[in-house]
Write a protein that binds this ligand. Structure first.
Ligand SMILES: Cc1cc2nc3c(=O)[nH]c(=O)nc-3n(C[C@H](O)[C@H](O)[C@H](O)COP(=O)(O)OP(=O)(O)OC[C@H]3O[C@@H](n4cnc5c(N)ncnc54)[C@H](O)[C@@H]3O)c2cc1C
Ligand SMILES: *[C@@H]1O[C@H](CO)[C@@H](O)[C@H](O)[C@H]1NC(C)=O
Ligand SMILES: *[C@@H]1O[C@H](CO)[C@@H](O)[C@H](O)[C@H]1NC(C)=O
Ligand SMILES: *[C@@H]1O[C@H](CO)[C@@H](O)[C@H](O)[C@H]1NC(C)=O
Ligand SMILES: *[C@@H]1O[C@H](CO)[C@@H](O)[C@H](O)[C@H]1NC(C)=O
Ligand SMILES: *[C@@H]1O[C@H](CO)[C@@H](O)[C@H](O)[C@H]1NC(C)=O
Ligand SMILES: *[C@@H]1O[C@H](CO)[C@@H](O)[C@H](O)[C@H]1NC(C)=O
Length: 532
């Protein structure tokens, strides 16, 4: 097989082949053949191409792996990694992926919870287009906008805004290493969401490379495609090069607190009560709940609840708001900190006090670990009995954590069909379920953690949204359905598509069918084309 394709190779490829005769490489040979026939000069091509035999292949691959579950010797790996510096190189890569038919995965920050940006659940060969070299940020304070390239991180964006202005900000995630490309195109939420909505609610333009290798801005792509890439997961539609965002205004000082209560301190009652107020608070106030297991009295595993807040105002006003809406928390002014917005970013990301702002520019995450996440939406408060039982089960399993993120405010004002993200009015909060472990524990530990989480998710069924049981795209969960292992792609996609997008799924399919009829941009949970 190698012999027959060899004859079509360009001289450059033969050069590559001198030290690269691995079989997996052969799968990407037609792709490389195509690439070298385009205008890219050979040195440039060598500079952006990593094959499994390249010295730096493993380090480049691992640089943006954020889940040790997909960092093992048996994890399926790309036959090539492409790291373009130029937009024209992205165009060439897309065009050649289409011509050669090889699957193209797109990676920005690499945080996908199922590793879909850099691994595969099937045995088909694939290549990775890694955007970390495209990460410039251009802030324009005159019209309060910015262009942000897909490979930039949230930390870089926050830092760049802060350098230019102490009263501007952007509503996006709390973890500062998230990539713009995946985070925005999947929705993107953080502690400013109750006042300003999601990241994508504040995106006003975008630059993408479409399935025909063209660079299109909002005007050129049209409103349907621009709608789809704001929350529908851009990976089904094209490669996002950059987004244009509207900056938002924050006061020079904001207020934060973190109050932690154990079960003995009535954590269950407080969390129960929180459900009746969290989505109704003033829009300027965001109070999330983090439920964690810990070694309690006599080392018996217990659960504690942390109430973590950001308020766009001063401590006196915050204490008054909590006193009238949530007096049970007993918040004291001494528990509040008045700090600048950029310090609140570091505070929420759990950096120790005094950490310099330059920490936001660190792209590597400090503690590699394996994890599995799931999500749910809650529309009526979980009764106290249910909550108590949930906390008991968390303690029994020892490793399940939950985060409750309040909705309401701006989130409830935006219509469900405005963008593909459909979880708007009627949601009190979203649950994120987490299990995190050390992958060194081996396959049995991994299996036990995932099974425990799955049982817990089952237990939560009566308390969360139904028909569909909604899920958040950015909290990717392969267990709610995928198009792996063949079968009718449309029917299989509908299963997860309705959960992630509700009624917007149909429109996403229509847009997909129009802009990418050959399904070049595909992964295990992408939007399918309409059946012929
Ligand atoms: C530690 C941690 C904390 C998190 N915190 C939050 C949070 O606070 N709020 C929140 O909303 N989410 C959060 N998430 C989820 C996060 O938003 C998603 O995982 C998001 O998709 C990450 O984007 P990425 O670019 O880093 O990931 P990637 O793995 O690079 O990409 C994710 C998906 O987007 C696609 N994609 C990436 N770049 C592009 C592009 N340029 N064009 C087209 N498609 C692209 C990929 O192919 C993949 O399907 C968190 C995740 C982690 C691991
Ligand atoms: C690759 O190209 C980039 C951009 O032109 C350049 O900055 C970098 O030094 C090059 N690296 C190598 C190894 O040639
Ligand atoms: C590749 O590896 C070499 C040697 O380990 C290193 O000097 C160089 O910076 C690496 N280049 C990239 C792009 O990672
Ligand atoms: C992946 O493995 C390498 C060692 O092979 C390690 O340095 C890196 O921290 C790991 N990353 C994750 C996320 O597990
Ligand atoms: C917990 O609630 C009980 C009953 O409402 C009350 O008597 C007790 O003081 C509370 N404990 C704490 C630490 O708030
Ligand atoms: C609790 O567990 C830790 C770590 O396993 C151990 O070092 C410690 O001695 C234990 N304490 C008690 C009171 O059992
Ligand atoms: C799974 O839950 C059981 C209790 O049901 C517990 O004993 C076990 O340790 C848990 N597994 C892991 C990996 O935490």
């Amino acid at each position: 097989m190698i012999k027959t394709t060899l004859t079509r190779f360009s001289p450059l490829l033969l050069l590559f082949l001198c030290y690269l005769n691995s079989f997996s490489f052969a799968a990407s040979a037609p792709f490389l053949d195509c690439l070298s026939s385009r205008k890219i000069p050979p040195q440039q091509l060598a500079n952006i191409t990593y094959t499994p035999k390249s010295t730096n292949y493993t380090s480049v691959l691992q640089e943006y792996i954020r889940n040790s579950r997909f960092n093992t010797s048996t994890t399926p790996k790309p036959t090539l990694i492409l790291t373009p510096f130029l937009e024209s190189q992205v165009q060439d890569i897309v065009t050649c992926a289409k011509i050669s038919g090889i699957q193209l995965k797109i990676r920005s920050g690499g945080h996908d919870y199922e590793g879909l940006s850099y691994t595969s659940k099937s045995n088909n060969p694939f290549i990775v287009l890694d955007l970390f070299n495209l990460r410039s940020i251009d802030i324009n304070l005159e019209d309060e906008t910015a262009w942000v390239e897909a490979g930039a991180t949230l930390g870089e964006l926050y830092y760049s805004i802060w350098q230019k202005s102490k009263v501007h900000a952007f509503p996006a995630g709390v973890c500062t290493t998230l990539g713009i490309g995946g985070h925005f195109s999947g929705g993107g939420y953080g502690n400013l969401m109750r006042k300003f909505g999601l990241s994508v609610d504040n995106v006003v333009d975008a630059k993408i490379v479409d399935a025909n290798g063209r660079i299109l801005d909002r005007k050129a792509m049209g409103e349907d495609l621009f709608w789809a890439i704001r929350g529908g997961g851009a990976a089904s539609f094209g490669v996002v090069l950059a987004f244009k965002i509207n900056l938002i205004r924050v006061p020079p000082e904001v207020t934060v607190f973190r109050v932690t209560k154990t079960l003995e301190e009535n954590a269950t009652d407080l969390v129960h009560r929180w459900q009746y107020i969290a989505d109704k608070f003033d829009k300027d106030l965001f109070v999330r709940v983090f439920l964690q297991t810990y070694a309690g009295e006599k080392n018996k595993t217990s659960v504690r609840a942390s109430f973590i807040a950001l308020f766009l105002g001063d401590a006196n006003k915050l204490v008054a708001l909590i006193k009238s809406g949530f007096p049970e928390l007993g918040l004291k002014k001494e528990e509040c900190k008045e700090i600048s917005w950029i310090r609140s970013v570091l505070y929420f990301a759990d950096y120790p006090e005094g950490t310099p702002e330059t920490a936001l520019l660190v792209r590597k995450s400090a503690f590699p670990s394996a994890s599995k996440m799931k999500s749910d939406y809650v529309k009526t408060p979980i009764p106290k009995d249910g909550l108590r039982e949930a906390l008991n089960r968390m303690a029994a399993s020892g490793n399940i954590w939950m985060q409750f993120n309040p909705y309401g405010g701006r989130m409830g004002e935006i219509p469900e069909a405005e963008i593909p993200f459909p979880h708007r009015a009627g949601n009190i909060f979203k649950i994120q379920y987490l299990v995190i472990w050390n992958e060194a524990g081996g396959a049995a530990v991994e299996k036990s953690n995932i099974e425990n989480l799955s049982k817990f998710y089952q237990f939560m069924t009566p308390y969360v949204s139904k028909n569909p049981r909604e899920a958040f795209l950015n909290y990717r969960d392969i267990n709610i359905g995928s198009t792996d292992n063949g079968g009718d792609a449309y029917e299989k996609a509908k299963v997860y598509g309705i959960k992630y997008f509700k009624g917007n799924f149909d429109r996403l399919v229509q847009v997909k069918t129009k802009v990418d009829p050959t399904n070049l941009f595909r992964n295990e949970q992408s939007i399918p084309t309409l059946r012929k």
